[in-house]
Design a binder for this molecule. Structure first.
Ligand code: HMG
Ligand code: MG
Length: 298
């Protein structure tokens, strides 16, 4: 994997913060995004334009999005669940969005209150508007390696849903192990099955680290060819509709592994560790393993 390049999609300000139990002040969210943008990242997922009762923490999406100091070289995608969310996002100038559904009916029902088929129908007007507006759309498939409600998830269902999103016009498909139950061989097999219908360079992997498997899963998926990795500074995160699941894999830990492999990311690990140190302090959360070691923190 030497002389290779990976794109990190930093999801901390969205996936990382959406599950925090107390209301984080809007200026802290804005500062987090601006600090992350300064580390060399090319993508910082900023917030979600979802229904406030579903995710109260991100009810300040407009204020966050308009408060950041955007850099030309950084994309700031936002999650939208429906056309209402899309119009809100466009109103404040978002040019990159993400739609999200799941490979499990039970999870989808709780997360976005509809079936998989209905979610795809809901996205149709979003995709149509995005195409007309020149907006880039990422598609998320959740629960690709297991569901908190139904348990096992059929790989064929992951492939079907990923393909539907891709054929609907999503430029990139992120495969989410929402509850972090995956292990390397299963993760790789799932990715390879999806890569039979979608080009590998349009796929991303999104691992939560509940069982400490995320880095191993990423490595296994990189061996299969994936080069886009979602991660969250300080390993922040979780989903309110996936109780017990911990945060995303920590960006600092991913960078440390990629630096060791000689894989380029364009992101400054030391700078990322300082952002992780700062936000962990703000939220009273633990540092990443790499952050602790580099900054000699406990
Ligand atoms: P619903 O209740 O079925 O929606 O929720 P509805 O269309 O019936 O509307 C109900 C109310 O919400 C109405 O207001 C709408 O106007 C309002 P009322 O008339 O009652 O006053 N509403 C909205 N308000 C603001 N923005 C909107 C919006 N849409 C409706 N966009 C809905 C369905 C999808 C809206 C809701 O369930 C929702 O917002 N869910 C979001 C859940 C979420 O964000 N989950 C976390 C992200 S997914 C994730 O973390 C996984 C991922 O990281 C990958 C992985 O790890 O696997 C991506
Ligand atoms: Mg997630």
């Amino acid at each position: 994997m030497s002389s290779d390049r990976v794109r990190i999609v930093e999801v901390g300000p969205r996936d990382g913060l959406q599950n925090e139990p107390y209301t984080i002040p809007t200026p802290v969210k804005i500062e987090l995004i601006d600090r992350l943008s300064a580390t060399g990242l090319s993508v910082v997922e900023a917030t979600s334009f979802v229904a406030a009762p579903a995710i109260p923490q991100l009810a300040d999406a407009e204020d966050v999005f308009t408060g950041i100091k955007p850099l030309d070289e950084v994309q700031y995608p936002v999650l939208v669940p429906n056309i209402k969310g899309y119009l809100r996002a466009r109103q404040v100038g978002a040019s990159h969005i993400a739609v999200f559904t799941a490979a499990s009916e039970a999870f989808n029902r709780r997360n976005i209150n509809c079936s998989i088929a209905e979610s795809l129908e809901r996205f149709a007007p979003v995709m149509e508007a995005a195409t007309a507006d020149g907006v880039t759309v990422r598609g998320y498939v959740s629960t690709v390696l297991g569901c908190p409600y139904q348990g096992e998830v059929d790989v064929a269902e992951v492939v079907r849903v990923a393909r539907a999103l891709f054929e609907a016009g999503c430029a990139e498909i992120s495969l989410g192990d929402t509850i972090g139950v995956g292990t390397p061989r299963k993760a790789r097999q799932m990715l390879e099955a999806v890569a039979e219908v979608i080009p590998m360079d349009r796929l991303a992997v999104h691992f939560h680290d509940t069982y400490g498997q995320a880095l191993s899963n990423i490595y296994a998926c990189m061996e299969a060819g994936v080069r886009v990795i979602d991660s969250s500074v300080a390993g922040l995160g979780g989903c309110p509709y996936a109780r017990g699941a911990t945060g995303n894999v920590a960006t600092e830990d991913v960078l440390y592994m990629l630096n060791g492999l000689g894989v380029e990311t364009g992101v400054d690990l030391e700078a990322m560790a300082r952002v992780g140190d700062w936000i962990a302090g703000e939220l009273g959360r633990p540092r990443s393993r790499t952050g602790q070691a580099l900054l000699k923190r406990s």
